[in-house]
Design a protein. Structure first.
Length: 281
């Protein structure tokens, strides 16, 4: 059996940067350390950080109760009011927001100040999208499906600015933009999907298309991993979504000649290597 691992599998730049910042703080800081939400959508990494004394804050209510410590903003970013709250309480703030997400914050803040209404193409339940919404100063709408795009109605006298969640499906983004564009509104479209996301999805699609079986590795709450799974499943019916080696049943692979492996942006290399070794036995 031949096994091919995607070159783009595993930590992206933004996630690696955020994780490195937390480990750095865990080593040197004498203050209590908190992350605003899990630093990444990977349970193994979060557990390891907890063992090193890093605690997760789940929402503004818990943040309000803090009197001291270091608060790390994760790669997904946060709304402006959350950042201002951390600063106003005099807590030590470490901003590990992905620079590509930060760029979207600046765009929507600027465009909404100048009078545009904002459309975010993405998952309204995702923390990155919640953070982006929190930098908009006017009307903001989140669209995720073709049906939502078709049903979208807007005051034609108002300008629209369309941005995307960084990990959204590239082809789906363009399809939704096409549907909205046909309505004849005055729009500006900014493709804010991260290049790493686009490359990861393109490579996963190609590998899945030439494989008998495909393994997608990532946390169960990882948006970009779920999208990878959807992409691979369309190309290869025998696609399996696992979090760690413990979830892998090698009996799935016994009758296969070519197996592909990819992983979400929050998947540590050590987990990818463990899965690869098991497949090569």
């Amino acid at each position: 059996m031949k096994v091919k691992v995607a070159k783009t599998a595993g930590f992206c730049f933004g996630v690696k940067r955020a994780v490195d910042k937390v480990y750095e703080q865990a080593e040197k800081s004498e203050l209590p350390i908190y992350t605003y939400g899990p630093i990444i959508h990977n349970e193994e990494v979060v557990k390891d950080l907890e063992a090193r004394g890093v605690r997760v804050i789940n929402g503004k209510e818990e943040l309000e109760k803090l009197e001291s410590g270091t608060v790390i903003i994760r790669s997904h970013g946060v709304a402006k009011d959350v950042q201002r709250l951390i600063e106003s309480k005099g807590l030590n703030l470490v901003d590990a927001t992905c620079p590509f997400v930060k760029k979207i914050h600046r765009i929507v803040e600027r465009e909404s100040r100048e009078g545009a209404d904002i459309i975010i193409i993405g998952d309204d339940r995702h923390p990155e999208v919640a953070g982006i919404k929190g930098w908009c100063e006017g009307t903001v709408k989140v669209l995720e499906s073709e049906e939502e795009a078709r049903n979208f109605a807007h005051d034609a006298s108002r300008k629209l600015c369309i941005v995307s969640q960084t990990t959204f499906n590239y082809k789906k983004f363009h399809k939704l933009v096409e549907i909205i564009s046909e309505k004849g509104y005055d729009i500006i479209v900014l493709n804010t999907i991260c290049n790493a996301t686009e490359e990861r999805q393109t490579e996963a699609r190609a590998i899945a298309g030439e494989s008998d079986g495909m393994i997608v590795i990532g946390g169960r709450h990882s948006s970009n991993t779920r999208k990878l799974f959807e992409i691979c499943k369309k190309e290869c019916e025998n696609t399996y979504y696992i979090q760690t080696l413990d979830d892998l049943d090698v009996r799935w692979l016994h009758s296969m000649s070519n197996v592909g492996i990819t992983a979400g942006a929050s998947t540590p290399n050590i987990i990818i290597e463990e899965v690869l070794k098991e497949c090569q036995k």
